[in-house]
Design a protein around this ligand. Structure first.
Ligand code: 4GW
Ligand code: MN
Length: 374
């Protein structure tokens, strides 16, 4: 075969085989492409038939609670203009300290309403302290978590002395019958154990957050969801500006509440702490166990439950701290930085309400009385 013929023929063969190969490729790709699109589509279908957990959760929720936060008008935050420059507004571990003017309650209310948050507030009214309940509840109705779901948990040994209250919608009062202890120190300290036990048995089913406070108090201004966080403590009004060395932490090394003089952030008040039910469980469980260890070693921390709380907060830092606006004593006057007095101590007639002999036996007695007279 002449070369040119050969090449001619070869060209034809080559062209035909190229055509054939191209056709095979087109068919093969078409089939594969179709298959992969179909399988992708099938996987999409599978996804929509079996939604992920997150999708499922949203779809089963009450549609009213899934509403987004609507359009709101408020002043833009200013990068170089902090709303307060006279007070510390954040701790070195980035927990906010709550002062008037530092937050927008409308934004916070919208966020907490969206989550349909339920708040439990615990108070103890043992023996003669039932006299404080009326003022406590009545002022709480006016100022505490207004517009949110609230359960008052009143721990008492005198349920018959707790009168009926007319409460706003979404709020209820639960009386919890508890034993009273002979020694007043124990009355105060056993609060940790009782809160722990009820958190474990009951509170976790009924509320999201717990606020645990003294009963010898009255609300005097609004206290709302701005206080809520995983675990929060409150600056003790008597020590809000004190030096470390002046904090009345437990200083005896034999006690589980011991804090060395070169440690400590703040002095937290025993009469106001809280957080999620789970975090309050952990806190109260720690404090109660520490107290029991000390009891077995015949030692009791100088400021009872407050000393153990301070120890807990030193090594489990609170995620929010309430300023003294949330716990104040009028006898301390009204300093410039205090724009609101939201929760005030009710002056006590000590001899009428307390067992004086027991008080005089307490080494810290004089200090309490002095603080109260300030
Ligand atoms: C001395 O005789 C007492 S009795 C000291 C406290 C007592 C007591 C305290 C009581 O007889 N019944 C009672 O329910 N409590 C609860 O413990 C009550 O909730 C009270 O607010 C809390 C702490 O006691 P307190 O308010 O008297 O403590 P301070 O003076 O530190 O606020
Ligand atoms: Mn008190």
């Amino acid at each position: 075969m002449p070369l040119d013929k050969y090449t001619d023929c070869n060209r034809k063969k080559c062209f035909l085989s190229m055509l054939f190969i191209t056709a095979v490729f087109i068919i093969a790709f078409g089939w594969y492409g179709n298959k992969s699109i179909r399988s992708h589509y099938e996987s999409l279908l599978r996804c929509s038939q079996k939604p992920s957990i997150a999708t499922e959760d949203i779809s089963t929720r009450d549609p009213l609670t899934v509403v987004a936060i609507g359009r709101m008008l408020y002043d833009k935050p200013q990068t170089f203009k902090p709303p307060r420059s006279d007070v510390l507004m954040v701790t070195p571990w980035l927990a906010p300290i709550i002062w008037n003017g530092s937050y927008n309650i409308d934004i916070l209310n919208a966020q907490f309403h969206q989550r349909n948050v339920r708040v439990g507030i615990t108070v103890f009214a043992i023996k003669k302290y039932t006299v404080f309940i009326k003022t406590f509840i009545e002022t709480a109705e006016q100022f505490f978590m207004v517009g949110h779901k609230v359960n008052y948990y009143v721990f008492t040994d005198r349920a018959n002395e707790i009168s009926n209250f007319t409460l706003s919608e979404g709020r209820q009062l639960v009386i919890l019958d508890v034993p009273s202890y002979k020694q007043w120190q124990e009355v105060s300290m056993r609060r940790m154990e009782m809160i722990r036990d009820y958190a474990y048995q009951r509170f976790y089913k009924e509320v999201d957050y717990l606020v645990c406070v003294d009963v010898d108090m009255r609300f005097n201004d609004f206290v709302g969801v701005e206080i809520l966080s995983d675990v929060f403590g409150t600056l003790h009004p008597g020590f809000h500006n004190a030096q470390r060395g002046a904090f009345t932490y437990e200083r005896r090394q034999q006690s589980t509440a011991y804090i060395p003089r070169d440690e400590g952030d703040f002095y937290y008040a025993g009469g106001y702490f809280g957080g999620t039910v789970e975090e309050v469980y952990k806190l109260t469980n720690f404090c109660h166990n520490a107290m029991m260890t000390d009891k077995n070693n015949s030692i009791e921390a100088v400021w009872h439950d407050e000393s153990y709380l301070n120890k807990y907060f030193l090594y489990h830092k609170p995620t929010k701290i309430l300023s003294p606006e949330y716990l104040w004593v009028n006898s301390m006057g009204v300093p410039q930085f205090l724009k609101r007095r939201r929760f005030l101590a009710v002056p006590k007639n000590h001899s009428a309400i307390r067992n004086k002999r027991a008080l005089q036996k307490n080494p810290g007695y004089q200090k309490v009385e002095i603080l109260k007279l300030l």
